[in-house]
Design a protein around this ligand. Structure first.
Ligand code: PGA
Length: 252
């Protein structure tokens, strides 16, 4: 099963109009100049930049993603953004269940599942994040925690076309610390096994599982060459176009 490598940038809560548009234009022209690169590129700016970034990406094969979406399509939900609104301004992806949302906004896997169902129903593809905390890792519970998050967060009718998984150990995010390549492969293989139990072997073997957590130009190749790693979700290093592209170049 050939799975297209995804290089996705999660800009988090970074960037005002000028720097966001500048970064998007740099990524757009770098991707255009690598027209033979087999990767799928996605950038996920904050809500305030989505529309301007979409315009800045015009003509480049870079998909636009948001970092969260509500499970309702409209209504009295102050401060929230619906999947319909995101689709309407040109998003094709939405990140759901990032550990920062699980921690800062008390999002549960059940809620993530509900959001994913709504996103899929409204034509968005999801990047569903899972990952263990340092304490859970120290207690030897990594596989158990990630398996439970997959079972609960991923909709029962998810397909490889509408869902991408991102394994992001919480302790590796923004810290410069990373698991070993063999730890990552072990978790990804376990995740694929749970996906197979949940969605069937055909869907599971086609579904992409990204690694995220301190992916940098100097370690990307090691992770991206693992058999069950199908791309990267990149935070800090996605804010510099050279670093973001150099991560892609390790597989281009
Ligand atoms: P990081 O973030 O690359 O800065 O560790 C990754 C993420 O949280 O998606």
């Amino acid at each position: 099963m050939v799975r297209k490598i995804m290089i996705a940038g999660n800009w988090k809560m970074n960037g005002c109009l000028e720097d966001g548009v500048k970064l998007a234009k740099e990524v757009a022209s770098a991707v255009k100049s690598r027209n033979k690169c087999p990767c799928e590129f996605v950038v996920c700016p904050p809500f305030t930049l989505l529309y301007s970034v979409k315009k800045a990406l015009r003509g480049a094969k870079v998909a636009l993603g948001a970092q969260d979406a509500h499970f309702n399509v409209k209504g009295a939900h102050t401060g929230d953004i619906s999947p319909v609104m995101l689709k309407n301004i040109g998003c094709s992806y939405v990140i759901l269940g990032h550990s920062e949302r699980r921690a800062d906004h008390f999002e549960t896997s059940k809620l993530v599942n509900k959001k994913a169902v709504a996103a899929h129903e409204n034509g968005l593809k999801t990047i569903i994040c899972i990952g263990e905390t340092e304490k859970q890792r120290d207690e030897g519970k990594t596989i158990e925690v990630c398996s439970a998050q997959i079972r609960e967060s991923v909709p029962d009718n998810a397909t490889a076309a509408d869902t991408v998984i991102a394994y992001e150990p919480v302790w590796a995010i923004g810290t410069g610390k990373t698991p070993t390549a063999s730890d990552v492969e072990e978790v990804h293989a376990a995740v694929r096994k749970v996906l197979s139990q949940k969605l069937g072997n055909r869907v599971a073997s086609a579904m992409r599982i990204l690694y995220g957590g301190s992916v940098k130009p100097n370690n990307a190749k090691e992770f991206l060459s693992l058999p069950d790693v199908d791309g990267a979700l990149i935070g800090g290093a996605s804010l510099k176009s050279e670093d973001f592209m150099s991560i892609a170049d390790s597989v281009c």
